[in-house]
Design a binder for this molecule. Structure first.
Ligand code: 9MR
Ligand code: ZN
Length: 558
């Protein structure tokens, strides 16, 4: 599905007079030191991957960036061939360095590493950055914020969302309120499935790390209100999601234009946008996120939680009689048709946790039993919007309900550790410590998403090896990778400059909008292109950023 041709992209930019230097083809960085350029918590594992050192027994130094003094030294590890990138790499462990400060790594014959810091709050700014990124995705509202001294803004957009022609042909030409929410990615579409999946990740972060997240201050209009800022930002998108549900409880699959528009600002995008037909899968995902929202918001806004309880209940009941098929062929925008069984598992668990098992039909109770009490591999190692089951399984594991059946609880835990250990094994055998083995469109999101599994394994076992592996996934995304660059706009060393993100391409400002994880290299781990046209490797998306929010929230230290 070709989204934009390079030519189309260029002409759109030329028309707007914002033509940037278009191409910075990304290739593996060659000889050099790759590490986590946003820094390390003192207790974090600190490993650099070094390319281009032939001699065994070569030493490295850690130099204080201010004083120039050598504060730590050691030897590079043995040379190891890393198949996925075709490089020979040496691991360099400097975990012993725990004194707070700013440093760089020096190895004779190589350029100095990117500067990095060691501090307890080393990742706080990165979390702030990604959350500001969500604010920047707001639709239906003017947005303005500053990052690194640059102001990013867009005007009120998509106030005609959306027309009913494809949902209810009899009402063609009529509108219904579907304004608000987050733009999905580099495009301006709004997709129920991916929106629910993304918020599922972010509410899971809240459910595990809420005590810290409560303290995060964001530059959003709601800041300082009754809700913690983190929940206020998510509520902006939840409010839109509610508008995707109809009186009968069914939920529209998406709300987008018929085909992607040019690389223009959202306020200039005036192609008509339509509610798509309702779908069973969107209704299921809506129910799942509604149950989570009802739980999370109860403490701060019981009335809002009650709205979601009702909406989720209606959706769950409605989906029981919906056909699995949906016809969205009139649209060429994103499809987001996930594995129905996996998402049903997620939703069923959430429904059971929020409404109790008496609410379920008999076959649903049996299915629930099958999901949470099973010897088979349940937790996915690599998962994405197409397979949301993991989200439900973590929630079940951390619920009191799970412990009521100790044997089942043990079995589910065992399966969690099977998946977590597989991630750790992947990380141990990978030259840059990456926890997944596949490269596909958006795989950087899956790298970040391993943090949910690793964190759950850590919380249950107390074994810090899982936490260390989670940190390594962050390290990969911020510079310990074959490109020696950060994959997150506005943060870390040599971040992406030409993301496939319409506001970034169209606003006439050199740096891209900050806080967005680039989809990542595919189909090979060396195929990543920092080019506006490379939507396959260099777009942003809320499901990738949301996974990164979870990863960073583990290490957020207010
Ligand atoms: O993340 C999605 C990826 O898994 C698919 O392979 C790809 C092609 O269908 O679509 C990606 O999602 C895009 C969505 O369809 C539309 N908005 C931009 C998303 C990120 O590229
Ligand atoms: Zn918009």
């Amino acid at each position: 599905m070709a989204k934009r041709t390079l030519l189309g992209t260029l002409s759109a930019m030329a028309i707007l007079g914002t033509m940037p230097a278009i191409s910075q083809a990304s290739e593996p960085a060659g000889p050099g030191i790759r590490l986590c350029s946003v820094g390390y918590l003192p207790e974090a594992p600190k490993t650099a991957s070094v390319a281009g050192v032939q001699t065994d027994g070569t030493s490295f130094e850690i130099v204080d960036a201010d004083s120039g003094k050598v504060v730590h030294q050691g030897l590079l590890g043995a040379a190891r061939y890393n198949k996925s990138t075709g490089e020979t790499l040496r691991a360099t462990d400097f975990s012993a360095l725990s004194a707070y400060g700013s440093y760089l790594m020096r190895i004779e014959g190589l350029p100095d590493s990117a500067p990095f810091k060691v501090a307890p709050d080393a990742l706080n700014r990165s979390l702030l950055c990604v959350m500001i990124g969500f604010y920047g995705q707001r639709c239906g509202q003017a947005v303005s914020f500053e990052w690194d001294g640059v102001t990013f803004s867009h005007d009120t957009c998509h106030m005609d969302d959306g027309y009913l022609d494809y949902l209810a042909p009899a009402q063609s030409g009529q509108k219904r309120d579907g304004t608000g929410g987050w733009h999905d990615a580099g495009d301006y579409g709004k997709y129920t499935v991916n929106s629910a999946f993304s918020m599922g990740l972010m509410l899971a972060a809240w459910e595990r790390n809420g005590e810290a997240l409560k303290q995060l201050r964001l530059p959003i209009p709601e800041s300082g209100g009754a809700l913690p800022d983190y929940l206020a930002e998510i509520k902006y998108n939840l409010d839109w999601q509610l508008k995707m549900q109809f009186e009968d409880g069914k939920v529209a699959h998406k709300l987008t234009e018929l085909r992607f528009g040019g690389m223009i600002m959202p306020e200039d995008h005036d192609d008509p946008r339509y509610f798509s037909p309702v779908s069973k899968i969107a209704t299921i995902d809506f129910a799942a996120i509604g149950c989570m929202a009802a739980r999370v918001y109860e403490q701060y806004d019981p009335a809002y939680a009650a709205i979601w309880r009702e909406a989720a209940k209606k959706a769950w009941i409605a989906q029981r009689n919906m056909p699995a098929e949906v016809d969205i062929s009139a649209f060429s925008t994103g499809t987001y048709l996930p594995n129905p069984e996996s998402d049903t598992r997620w939703a069923l668990v959430e429904v059971a946790l929020t409404f109790g098992e008496e609410f379920l039909l008999e076959w649903e109770r049996e299915f629930l039993h099958d999901i949470v009490d099973n010897d088979n591999a349940m937790f996915d190692v690599t998962w994405d919007w197409g397979k949301a089951c993991n989200l439900g399984l973590y929630d079940w594991l951390f619920s009191d309900r799970a412990k009521e059946d100790p044997a089942a609880y043990e079995r589910l835990k065992k399966d969690l550790f099977r998946a977590a250990d597989a991630i750790v094994a992947n990380r141990n055998s990978h030259g840059y410590g990456r926890g997944i083995r596949v490269n596909y469109w958006g795989c950087n999101g899956a790298v970040a998403r391993t943090s949910l599994n690793l964190h759950a394994a850590y919380l249950i076992s107390g074994d810090t090896k899982y936490l260390d592996a989670a940190y390594d996934q962050i390290a990969y995304l911020y510079g310990r990778n074959p490109f020696a660059r950060s994959f997150v706009t506005g943060d870390g060393h040599k971040p992406p400059m030409y993301q496939h993100h319409r506001p970034s391409a169209a606003d006439g400002i050199e740096p891209p909008w900050p806080g967005h994880l680039s989809g990542g290299a595919n189909p090979r781990e060396t195929d990543w292109f920092d080019e506006t046209a490379s939507y396959r490797t260099n777009e942003n998306a809320i499901n990738w950023d949301a996974a990164l929010v979870y990863a960073l929230s583990i290490f957020y230290r207010p």
